[in-house]
Design a protein around this ligand. Sequence first.
Ligand SMILES: *Cc1c(COP(=O)(O)O)cnc(C)c1O
Length: 352
Amino acid sequence: MSRFWTDKIAALDPYVPGEQPQDKQYIKLNTNESPYGPSPKAIAAMQEQVTEKLRLYPDPNCQVLKNAIAKSYAVEPNQVFVGNGSDEVLALAFMGYFAGGKPLAFADITYSFYKVYANLYGITPDIVPLNDEFDIVPSDYDNLDVSGIVITNPNAPTGKALPLADIEHILKANPDIVVLVDEAYVDFGAQSATTLVNQYPNLIVSQTLSKSRALAGIRVGYAIAHPDLIEGLERLKNSFNSYPIDRIALAGATAAVEDEAYLADICKRTVTTRDWTVTELEKLGFEVLPSATNFVFVTHPDKAAESLYLGLKEQGILVRYFGNKPRIGNFLRITIGTDAEMAALVTALKNF
Ligand SMILES: *Cc1c(COP(=O)(O)O)cnc(C)c1O
């Protein structure tokens, strides 16, 4: 607290990311990073950028990257927006499309940054609880009086996915407001709503290179939507920071998006390891929610999540524990690492 803080700063409730401890080498299964490196082509493209050319500003419009994304999703480049991580894409979308006075609808159990942005922009959340199975119920979004809707698909931290028909139900029921579908984990096994952007001018789909493309370190995310919604995001971005994506990140992200074979390969490896992990955790008595992501959300009938979290940490394994959150306080979210890391996790759990 400083006496120079405005009331606005004092009232903020910032996001708390998963621990990134520097004290020792942990097996990090707590922030949904990829255990595999990014595409070797992306690494090479980034290395090529480390020259005297870095004295120059990057392309503020990210055109080569937009072209690559557009090609990959079969949309036009003017249907693509690029941000410094999808967190920035979300921040701008909240500011531009949801800060209109009415509340914003999102689930009670979902990405916790939505509440932080809502608070930052003075948006009242209209919390729509998941059902008892932790599913989003599309008809719950039928008759809301809101400025917009955010759906995470697959959802985090539950890992559960909605079929595209359910996303379409929500879009059809809400033609006059923006529906943002956050697809941070879609590559691990859900259907993407990017195929719907030409049909629904109220749809924004956001994705990230941080999870499936193993590039959390360069901070690139993007949105795909109708050109008018994209232009709105560009106007905001260019009123805030014209160059959020640096030269190195632009080159790496473009090469990563173009290397679809590598993406498919590491996603497949993650899914195989996930299936093995689920089987092993179930053998140990865990309840595991069906996951379409690179993490599993688990609870144990006899072992408190807190003691499992602390015991694993002591054994050098970090998982995400949601101690203070209603409904999920006895759950752990465990990122899918390499086969060896998951074997170490199972061994460590057997010690309990
Ligand atoms: C990780 C994550 C993001 C943010 O990704 P960045 O691109 O790294 O900012 C957004 N939404 C959800 C649901 C996530 O899990």
